[in-house]
Design a protein around this ligand. Sequence first.
Ligand code: CA
Length: 505
Amino acid sequence: MYQIFRYLSIRAMLPLLIPLFFWGCAQPERPPNILFIFSDDHAYQAISAYGSRIMQTPNIDRLADEGMLFTRCYVTNSICAPSRAVILTGKYSHLNGVPTNVETFDGSQQTFPKLLQQAGYETALVGKWHLKSLPEGFNYSEVLPGQGVYYNPGMTKNGEPTKHTGYTTDIITDLAIEWLEDIRDSQKPFLLMLQQKAPHRPWDPGPKYLNLFDDVTIPEPPTLFDDYSGRGTQVKIQEITILRSLKDRDMKLSPPDNLTEHQQAQWNAAYREKNETFQRENPQGDALLRWKYQRYIKDYLRCVASLDENIGRVLDYLDEAGLAGNTVVVYVSDQGFYLGEHGWYDKRFMHEESLRTPLVVRWPGVIKPGSVNSDIVSNLDFAQTILDIAGAPLPSSMQGVSLVPVLKGNTPDDWRTSHYYHYYQYKSYHTITRHEGVTNGRYKLINYYDLQEWELYDLEQDPREMRNVYQHPANAAIVGDLKRELQRLRNQYNLPPIEPLEKQE
Ligand code: CA
């Protein structure tokens, strides 16, 4: 009887005893590896996990299925090099020294990869760097010079020139897998920043996808033929239209002679009157814009096809190497991009297409698979988030907020409800003046201060941002609230006073 009693007792206690046994044997838990997959100009409109009408991205979707997809990841300054500097430093452009693509990044400043090294991580960077100075804070790096090229890239490996033959998106992935397999110190947790050039202009597809979409017509966005009425000066003076700003190099072909810009003017006149009727009666629309849109979007999507395929390659490698279970994978672009909305390519503006960047995070055992998050998050948050994931200290000088509670599904009650934006690169051929703004996800207030014009958009009533309602008397209180919020954020982030343009160097 005693034997039976003792047997039953031990059985009953086993669920308690087994964890105690393993706890007694456990080593300090190894921090997770971090794979930061970064692309350049990849719009959420070209990701099927974001509901794309025009593109399938099964490998990014796989990350979303197994992780968390963010629907409101706003950048602080929608342009390439500045976004990179924000991500590395966790600081707004006015403090990290890279407000435009012109400046050289001061590599001596604090960055999250340096802090991860101090925390015992092995760090590597392969691919596009685009900050002019050489990378610092990495045990290993092999980077494209400047913007890099899509084929047969020269690169710089730990400061020394290298040369590769092939398609750059594939090559960068090869280098990443090689580092994971053969080069890194496997005794340490790693940070790998895998940074693609794709799908940045001039959108040269890889050999495998040259003929993808040859036999189809890609759907046009509803605002492709935007005539810019209902808004102020800036949207009218920009030079990012597919029709006029994209060149033969972008098209890889000269337009046929029978397509003229004159048709665009006709189309705009009719579109102002509004119409679906006109579209039905004039199915040819503006032939030149339609032709250029198809040329542009097909090459863009072909570049995305290679990008997505290569994300799949590295995810497969993590699985095969047994690394997937303890590796946080982040997929993000440096900003959003216009895929024909408003007739545009490019970014820079504070409209949703360029302000919002795709962000997907997979963290096995921590993030609930298939999560979708609509909190306001930012590329300003990435540095502190990655340090927090690694268990490293978070410097008070960084200006973002760790996303770790959000990733765990526990967004704090006092999470931010607004976002501050500031674009600086005016003296460039795209003619987009400096501007700042604030959005709370429902409304967006933009200050084109060089033009002394304000715009207000109601994102619920007007999600495509076609009507500036700043002057509408009914919105006076909303404008007042947003101006106060703009000033509060300027104070919070230590913005200097805005200098007149002529005082800029
Ligand atoms: Ca970019």
